[in-house]
Every structure is written in structure tokens, then in C-alpha cells.
Design a protein around this ligand. Structure first.
Ligand SMILES: [Ca+2]
Length: 276
């Protein structure tokens, strides 16, 4: 394992490990962020039997079996769901076996982020890596807590700094609603959130959270790619940030690209286009 592989798995920032979230609501925000991260951290062998082969491993086959009239992003989403209780579904029966195709006990999405093979039972991340991924890539990306005591949904699910930012981020080119209302002489809700809830979460992330941080510090999205809590003060080591930026830069050019990494010929489709 070279330095690059280590980097892509996770950075050495301090992790605040929290209890599993079990609130019910807004599961899509987290699920979509997961899939976007997956596409940025995937290797061809996350889904294929070899980097230069169109043949699929069992995880890739499960995606293909969902039928390629559905965008790949939507199929990845359906194999990267939160456990049923967390999605607010009554059914407390065993979770969907599709979420762990190779049945090694580790969800597909965790394996793709860990750089292990979601289609091979013999390949799995160690417990520390798994715990770290599940605690960082959680509701805590945007919320301080999701099940706190309180009267309102907002009191029970307070936002952290990134959540607050996203809650007021609005697509300037999108949502017409407030303007239409004022054209009709109504005074629509003009709170900080008006318009933002109708802007897809990945679009809001693109608009507000994908900038690199200032003076060499990691930005929110860079922290997530390094599997660091984005709203924590703890910074990933500067060297890791530099390496990540170099890697992203290299992937953009045919000459320097590592052809075994990322999504190759699969262009972002479905909801992933929100992040373009
Ligand atoms: Ca697995």
C-alpha cells in the first residue's frame, strides 16, 4: 500500500466518535452525500473484477441487475441506504441484504469509502476504519445532534456550522417560488431558509462547501474526502491536504490520470448532476 492509498482511505485528523444516530427524517441528505463521496473515492475494482475489465464483481453485478434504464447514481443510492429504523420505516426486520452484497457484515458504501472490495467477503476494512467512516459520514456532517430533547424538529436536530450554512444556501438560478409570490403581491416567507429547501442538497454543497479552505487549510468537502469531520476545528495534516489536491488535479488530465481510480467512463448522472 503506497502513500496515495493510505491518503485516500483516511487522514489522521482527530475523530469525535459519537453514538449511532437514530433520529428519523431527512435520510436523503446523508444518502446522497454518501454516493457522491463514493464516486469520488471509488476504484474500478470497487465494481469490476479488474481495473481494465468490463466484467463486474458481485457488487457491480448487483448494480447492473437493477437494470441500466435507471441512472447508475440512483442504483448506487439504492445499495447505500440507511438502516430501515433510521429511514423511519416501521419494519424492524433484518436489514436489506442488498446493502451488504458480499455478506461480510460491512455495508457496501463503507467498503467503497474504505477502499476494500464490496463484492468480496475476504476483503473488509478493520474495525477502527469502519467505525471512523460510520461516525464521520453520518448525520453529524451537518448536525450537532439528531435526537436531542426539544419541542421542535429544529431544536431536536441542531445544525453545526456546515448545516447552518447549507440551510441558508439557495440556488440563485433555481427556485422561483419567492419571486413568483412577490409578483402576486404576497409576502412569502423570507426567512434565511426561503428557497433553500427546494435546492437539492448536492447543489447546495457545490455552491457553498466545495471551495478549498483558505491559506492551505482544508475546505469542508476536502475534509470529508479525507474522512474528517467537516465542522470540527481539528485540521487534517497539511501534507494530506496537499496530496489530496495533487491527486484531484492529476485526475483531471489525461496525461497524469490514474486510470484505475474513480468512475472512468461513467459520467455523473441522475441526482449527481446537482454537484456538477
Ligand atoms: Ca460488505
Amino acid at each position: 500500500m503506497g502513500a496515495m492509498n493510505r491518503l485516500i482511505v483516511f487522514s489522521a485528523c482527530a475523530a469525535s466518535m459519537g453514538a449511532a444516530d437514530n433520529a428519523i427524517a431527512k435520510p436523503e441528505h446523508l444518502e446522497r452525500v454518501r454516493v457522491l463521496l463514493m464516486t469520488q473515492k471509488a476504484m474500478c475494482v470497487s465494481c469490476h473484477t479488474a481495473a481494465d475489465s468490463p466484467d463486474l464483481n458481485p457488487y457491480g453485478r448487483a448494480l447492473a441487475d437493477l437494470g441500466n434504464d435507471e441512472p447508475l447514481s440512483e442504483r448506487m443510492l439504492s445499495l447505500a441506504k440507511l438502516p430501515r429504523q433510521q429511514r423511519g420505516q416501521e419494519d424492524s426486520a433484518a436489514n436489506d441484504p442488498q446493502q451488504d452484497i458480499d455478506k461480510d457484515g460491512i455495508p457496501n458504501w463503507v467498503e467503497v469509502l474504505a477502499g476494500t472490495n464490496p463484492g468480496d467477503k475476504a476483503s473488509a476494512p478493520d474495525t477502527e476504519t469502519r467505525d471512523k467512516i460510520e461516525s464521520i459520514i453520518s448525520c453529524k456532517i451537518c448536525h450537532v445532534e439528531t435526537n436531542a430533547p426539544g419541542q421542535t424538529d429544529q431544536q431536536r436536530n441542531p445544525h453545526n456550522e456546515l448545516g447552518k450554512l447549507l440551510a441558508k444556501t439557495n440556488d440563485p438560478a433555481g427556485s422561483r417560488a419567492p419571486r413568483e409570490r412577490s409578483a402576486r403581491g404576497e409576502r412569502g416567507e423570507r426567512g434565511p431558509r426561503s428557497g433553500s429547501e427546494s435546492t437539492p442538497i448536492l447543489k447546495r454543497i457545490k455552491l457553498a462547501a466545495m471551495k478549498p479552505g483558505r491559506s492551505g487549510k482544508a475546505g469542508y468537502w476536502e475534509k470529508l474526502l479525507l474522512l474528517c469531520a467537516p465542522a470540527d476545528a481539528a485540521e487534517p495534516p497539511a501534507e494530506d491536504v496537499k496530496q489530496l489536491r495533487r491527486f484531484i488535479r492529476n485526475q483531471k488530465s489525461k496525461k497524469t490520470r490514474d486510470e484505475t481510480r474513480g468512475m472512468g467512463p461513467h459520467k455523473p448522472d441522475g441526482f449527481l448532476k446537482d454537484a456538477l
